[in-house]
Design a protein. Structure first.
Length: 108
């Protein structure tokens, strides 16, 4: 097992690389969807190796079951159901639910 890196600079570089990979996945999806899936797999591998979390904005852009890069209307379906956002991956048919929290409204 590889020893855990102690330097925060390495983790920062890893976060930047993950961001670059997701931007490249977004750009490449129109012409090469399989390449986008590979970029997602590489980003996940970096995150696991460095033991860092993928940011929320990126975490919701791929299927956690089949690791496909998701684009609304192309290979994913988004629905709102009883306070949840239900994302269906059309590649593997896996459903992922995200809780929607309403902002508190002040009564005056």
């Amino acid at each position: 097992m590889k020893p855990r890196s102690k330097k925060p600079a390495i983790k920062q570089i890893s976060r930047e690389r993950i961001g670059v990979l997701f931007r490249e996945a977004e750009r490449a999806f129109a012409t090469h969807p399989e390449r986008s899936n590979r970029y997602v797999a590489l980003a996940r591998k970096i995150a696991m190796r460095q033991r860092i979390r993928i940011d929320r904005e990126f975490r919701r852009r791929f299927c956690h079951h089949c690791a496909s890069y998701l684009v609304p209307g192309q290979n994913m379906r988004v629905r709102v159901h009883r306070g949840n956002v239900v994302v269906t991956c059309l590649v593997c048919k896996k459903k992922t639910r995200y809780r929607v929290v309403r902002p508190d409204v002040k009564k005056t």
